[in-house]
Design a protein around this ligand. Sequence first.
Ligand SMILES: NC(=O)c1ccc[n+]([C@@H]2O[C@H](COP(=O)([O-])OP(=O)(O)OC[C@H]3O[C@@H](n4cnc5c(N)ncnc54)[C@H](OP(=O)(O)O)[C@@H]3O)[C@@H](O)[C@H]2O)c1
Length: 268
Amino acid sequence: MSSTPSTSPSTASQPAAVVTGASSGIGKELARLAASEHGAILLVARSSDLLTELATELEPLCDAVAWLSADLADSDAGDRIEAALAERGWHCDVLIEAAGIGFVGPAWETDRADQVATVDINIRALTDLALRFLPGMVKRRSGGLLLVGSISGFFPGPNMAVYYASKAYIRSLSLALHAETRQAGVTVTCLAPGFVTTPFLGLSGLRPTRMRKLLPRITPEQAARAGWRAFRAGRSIVVPDTTTRLVVSVMRMLPGNLATRLIRRLQS
Ligand SMILES: NC(=O)c1ccc[n+]([C@@H]2O[C@H](COP(=O)([O-])OP(=O)(O)OC[C@H]3O[C@@H](n4cnc5c(N)ncnc54)[C@H](OP(=O)(O)O)[C@@H]3O)[C@@H](O)[C@H]2O)c1
C-alpha cells in the first residue's frame, strides 16, 4: 500500500471525508471544498504524485490529510481504503465518489476490457465503498454520500452505451439511498453535471460532437461547488448550470425513443 502518514497525530474515531478521483478535475475540487469543512481527509486515486501535491496544498485547511494510491478496478481497493482509515483511527463521515471512466464508440467496436473496467470503477467499486460506509453513517446519524453521476444518467447513450448505463445506475442508486436514509440524519446526493472542462473529455476519446457544441461547458470548480452546496442542503440530485438543466428537462419530455435517437445523432 502506498500512502502517506497523517499529517497530525490521529485521535480515536475522528470523522473523515474520503474522496475518490481526488487527483484531478471534479474530485480534486470537491476535495478542496471538503477539506475546508472537515478535520481529516483521505484522498484516493492512482496518481501518487498528484495526490502528494494536493495533500500539501490542503494541509493548512484541515487537521489531517492522508492519501492512498489505489486502483479502484482492483477488488481489494475497498479493503485498503478501510484499512487506511482504521490505521489512523478515522471513520468515513462523508464519502465523495468522483472517480469515473468512460469510452466513446459503438459498444460492439469498443474494447471489451475498457467497457468492463467502466462497470468495475463506475458501478462495482462505487457501490462497494458506498455500502461499506453507509451503515456507520446511519448508526451515527451523521454524514453522507456525494456520488458523481452525469446528465448521461438520464438517458440511454448510443455511442457511449456502457458509460451512460453506468451513470443511470449511479442516479438510480443515489435516489433510492437518499429515500432510504433521509430520516436517518444522512444525506445522499447525486451530482449530475453536463460538460465539465476536465481531462476526462480528452481521455474518453470524446471529439467535439454535436452534443458538445450544443451544451455549455462549466469549470470543475463550478460543478464541485454546485454538488457540495446540494449535498450540504440535503438535496437528492443536482444538475449544475441552468441551460443544461433545461435541455435535460425538455429531452425527458420527448415521447418514446425520440431522446435516444436524438442522442445518437448528437453523439456522432
Ligand atoms: N468532465 C465531464 O464533462 C463530466 C461530465 C459529467 C460527469 N463527469 C464525471 O465526473 C467524474 C470525475 O471526472 P472528471 O471530469 O473530473 O475527470 P478527470 O479529471 O479525468 O478525473 C477522473 C478521476 O478518476 C480517477 N480514476 C480514474 N480511473 C481510476 C481508477 N482505476 N482507480 C482510481 N481512480 C481512478 C482519476 O485519478 P487517477 O488517474 O489518478 O487514478 C481522476 O482523479 C467522473 O465520474 C465522470 O464520469 C464528468
